[in-house]
Each structure stands twice: as C-alpha cells, then as structure tokens.
Ligand binder design. Structure first.
Ligand code: HEC
Length: 120
C-alpha cells in the first residue's frame, strides 16, 4: 500500500493511460524471460525502498493474487537473488521496452493480443 498503491491504485487496477494494471494483466509477462525480467527492472520496482527479499515476496503475492489467470502453467516464484541481480540492471526506457515485449508475447498469446487491440 505504501510503496506501490500511490501509482497502481487499490486492487492493482492501474490508472488508464498512465499506469498499467497489474490486475488481470501482469502475469502475461511471465511467458518470456525478457518479460519476467522487465517486471523487476521497471523503475517503480527496481528503485523501490523495499529490500530484495521483500520485493520477491511482494511480486509473487501480487501475481498470484491479482493475475493468476494470466500466469504460465508452471509459475516459478521470484527469488531474492534473482531480484537483486535484476535491480542492478534497471530498464532505461520502460515504455519502449514494454511495448516491444508485449508485441512479441502477443504473437504466442491470443488473449493478450485481443487485450492489446482493445486498448489501442
Ligand atoms: C511513481 C509511480 C509508480 C510507483 C510508485 C510504482 N509503479 Fe509500477 N509502474 C508504474 C508505471 C508508469 C509503469 C509502466 C512502466 C514504466 O513506464 O515504468 C509500471 C510498471 C509496473 C509493472 C510492470 C507491469 C506493466 O504492465 O508494465 C509492475 C509489475 C509494477 N509496476 C509493479 C510495481 C510495484 C510492485 C511497485 C511498488 C514496489 C510499483 N510498481 C511502484 C508506476 C509506478
């Protein structure tokens, strides 16, 4: 609530046009390694005041609570070591990286492709 909700709003709903929803969406990113890394490399996460283990725990909880339906069949939880190494390599251009990752994932995920068309 303190670290993320100011932007992502209650229930991880996001803010149309400014902050993407985590709810019913973020799990799609776990379908590629780049996407998985992106979830930790975004500034809101990598620059957060939370510790690496808190971020791992929070992200695993968020994904399973709000975006379970979009996760791959085998969800591998984030580990503290994984978070630590990704935070050392923050994404310099999140908006561009996000678009590239989602477009490439949409080739394999029809539900995501439909979602992207709806929002454009
Ligand atoms: C200052 C506003 C802000 C804060 C605070 C913030 N975020 Fe974000 N978040 C964003 C924006 C904007 C994006 C879209 C990517 C980008 O431009 O950084 C994003 C992207 C994300 C994504 C990737 C999902 C996607 O569809 O792009 C996740 C996951 C995420 N944030 C989780 C968190 C968590 C967890 C926290 C708290 C530790 C947090 N954010 C704090 C604004 C914020």
């Amino acid at each position: 609530m303190l670290h993320c909700q100011g932007c992502h709003l209650p229930e991880a709903a996001g803010f149309e046009g400014r902050v993407p929803p985590i709810k019913d969406f973020s799990g799609y990113f776990l379908h590629s390694q780049e996407g998985r890394d992106f979830l930790i490399r975004v500034p809101g996460v990598s620059r957060s005041a939370l510790s690496d283990s808190e971020i791992a725990e929070l992200m695993n909880w968020l994904l399973q609570t709000y975006s379970e339906g979009q996760l791959p069949d085998r969800f591998e939880p984030f580990t503290e070591a994984e978070v630590a190494s990704l935070r050392d390599d923050p994404e310099p251009d999140p908006a561009a990286a996000r678009e590239l990752i989602l477009n490439s994932l949409a080739d394999e995920l029809p539900l995501l492709a439909a979602e992207l068309t709806k929002n454009n």
